[in-house]
Design a protein around this ligand. Sequence first.
Ligand code: 16G
Length: 240
Amino acid sequence: DRIGKLEEEGGAPLYMQLQRVLRSAIERQVLAPDEALPPERDLAEAYNISRVTVRKALDGLVDARLLMRRRGAGTFVASRVEKNFATISSFTEDMLSRGRQPHSEWLARSEGTVTPEEAMALGLGPGSPVYRFTRIRYADGQSMALEYATVPAQALASLNAVDESLYDALGDARPMRVLQRFRATLFTPEQTDLLGIPAGMPGLEIERRGFAADGRTVEFTKSYYRGDAYDFVAELSVAP
Ligand code: 16G
C-alpha cells in the first residue's frame, strides 16, 4: 500500500506500471536503500497480477541497477554510493554524509618496518617504523570495502590512536592532497569470504598516497571497493 498503486485500466503493460510504481517509491525513499522488497508472491497478490509479471518487472529494475538480488535472501533496493572523485574524504565522512552508519571490523593492527614497496610509496628510508591497519568497512551493516592502510609511525600518537576513523586520528596531519591509482580487480576467494559477497564479483582497487599540509606522506592505502556498491563520479573540464 505504502509503495503505491498501479494505473487504471488501459494504460501501459502491467509490468511497466509496476516498474513505474517501484521506481517512484525508490526515488521518494519510500523504499529505502538496502531495504528488502516484499516477496514476489506478496507483490503479485497485492497488485492482483501474475508472478510472471512481477518477475518481469523486477528483472528490468535489476538490469537497470535499481534493485539487486542476493542469492537466497531475495530482492533489495540497490544501495550504491556515489563517491565524488574530485574531493578528498574519508570513508567515515562519505557514509555519514549519506546518513549511513559507518562501522569497521578490524582484521589487523600491527607495528613493523617498511617493505620496499611501502618505503617507496611513503618516501621513507629502509627500516622506518610504520603502523598497518586492515579493516572491513561497513555501512549500516553492509560490507562496502576492504582496506589495507600503512601509516608512518610518526604520523600518529600511537598504534592504538585509530578508533573508527584514520583521518580523525591523523587530525591536522590528515591528507590535503592525494595521488590515486585505480584498477579493476576480481576479489580473491579470501576477500570474497571476508566481505560476504558472491564469488566472482568485480571490484575496484584504489591505491591512495596521501600528503599532509606540510607535504609529508601520511598514508599508503589500498582500498578494495565492491563493484556493486560504488559509483565514482567527477566533473571534468577541458584542459585550458
Ligand atoms: C577512504 C580512502 C582511504 C582512507 C580512508 C580513511 C579512498 C579511495 N580511500 O576510504 O585512503 O584511508 O578513507 O577513512 O577514498 P577513515 O577516516 O574513515 O578511516
